[in-house]
Design a protein around this ligand. Structure first.
Ligand SMILES: *[C@@H]1O[C@H](CO)[C@@H](O)[C@H](O)[C@H]1NC(C)=O
Length: 398
């Protein structure tokens, strides 16, 4: 470089600059700090069009779903909402074995909906590592690679980010936060994924549930620590950092595990967090009051756009779990009561949102739906004739 003549160096730079420019474009799957999971394992929740109204009313822009359901992709078109779709565990094995299938999947479920539907990310698999299916664990990395290869082929890597959400089952120990490491049994699957994510600058995605941690050990955990309420806090003797809430501590535990495994620069993103408002008899912490406290304080915490004690400059982003109570979810009673909203669109408890069912827009939408079956509004056009105007233009206020 130093040997090259001035002129050659100049031209060289000119040619390099646009390339450098492109290389520096970082794809961001999550542009705000407060997103939400739109889980749909229910037979009584509002459809995508009403959900768009609810989300806009609640000023929530970042949304994550667990599949790539076409009614949702269609319903979100033109809404301005930013959507992360899921390649569900059911597909991970076949996507691992076939890059053609991966390409087809990305074409059908991502590319063909762009740009009207702002798909900003693909979550490949959900809580695969540390689960019971070892073949699925083995297949995850191959699936991630094939989906990424498809994005490269379709020139979508600057628009769509890949992630793969993990549960706490990937960690051997998370107390105190600085001592957290990945389980040995997980590392063989985790390492190649983290190597790859480091290269493509994808974050480490983790699901964080102080509710579950507290519920598993209520004798030793102060519920105020889990709920972001005033409490003595937890001191980490190794780092000398103080934690006044478990949410931050769990995120820093993930940072510690990443560092111990050699991934110092990787960002941690929360793909799920929430608190159940009701549950089985032994799920005593699943109350409406606790769920309200957690979600109210969490919302305040995320809106501060702050980092954690270990990473004060890295703003924490989280997708809340979940938008609605999902009546068809299996498992303990709590699983069906994570929603900020009930199935009818009304709020589960007050954390500052107003819900759908009482709103003017919603009742108007319902009556429109009844009368037209298409999501349109009847309006007199410039020609004086009565016509249909797509609802999208009508309520998009930006
Ligand atoms: C994943 O794909 C690779 C390459 O096709 C194959 O060798 C491997 O057996 C697959 N693993 C699973 C668990 O399907």
């Amino acid at each position: 470089m130093a040997r090259s003549s001035g002129a050659a160096g100049f031209w060289c730079l000119l040619f390099l600059l646009p390339l450098l420019g492109n290389g520096l474009v970082m794809v961001e799957g999550f542009t705000g700090t407060y997103g939400i999971n739109y889980g749909r394992i229910a037979d009584n929740i509002p459809g995508p069009e009403e959900v768009v109204l609810l989300l806009k009313k609640s000023k929530i822009k970042n949304v994550k779903i667990y599949d790539a359901d076409h009614s949702v992709l269609k319903g979100f078109a033109g809404s301005g909402l930013e959507l992360v779709v899921g390649l569900s565990n059911d597909y991970v094995k076949e996507i691992n074995t076939s890059s053609d299938r991966a390409l087809q999947w990305v074409k059908d479920n991502v590319q063909s909906w762009l740009p009207d539907t702002h798909i900003t990310g693909i979550a490949v698999g959900n809580e695969v590592l540390g689960g019971a299916d070892h073949e699925l664990e083995e297949a995850l990395f191959g699936a991630i690679k094939n989906v990424y290869k498809a994005l490269v082929q379709l020139q979508l890597t600057d628009i769509v980010q890949i992630s793969s959400p993990h549960s706490q089952a990937v960690f051997a120990n998370s107390y105190p936060p600085s001592s957290c490491v990945f389980k040995d049994s997980i590392l063989q699957y985790m390492k190649p994924i983290l190597d790859f994510f480091s290269k493509i600058e994808s974050p480490f995605s983790i699901n964080v549930y102080p509710f579950l941690a507290y519920q598993s050990d209520p004798e030793h955990i102060d519920i105020n620590y889990a709920l972001f309420q005033p409490n003595p806090g937890v001191h980490d003797p190794k780092t000398n950092l103080n934690y006044d809430n478990m949410f931050d501590a769990e995120i820093d535990a993930a940072y510690a595990a990443l560092e111990a495994a050699g991934y110092i620069g990787m960002e941690v993103e929360v793909t799920e967090t929430g608190w159940a408002s009701s549950g089985d008899e032994d799920e005593t912490a699943a109350t409406s009051q606790n769920a309200r406290t957690y979600n109210y304080n969490l919302r305040k915490r995320l809106f501060k756009r702050k980092g954690t004690p270990r990473r004060p400059k890295t703003v924490i982003k989280a997708y809340i779990f979940a938008l609605f109570n999902e009546d068809s979810k299996p498992g303990p009673g709590s699983e069906r009561h994570y929603g900020l909203f009930k199935a009818d669109g009304s709020i589960s408890y007050d954390i500052g949102f107003s819900g759908l069912s009482t709103s003017h827009a919603s009742s108007l939408l319902r009556s429109l739906k009844r009368s037209n079956s298409k999501i349109c509004r009847r309006e007199f056009g410039k020609d004086g004739k009565l016509g249909f105007v797509p609802l999208w233009d009508w309520y998009t206020e930006e």
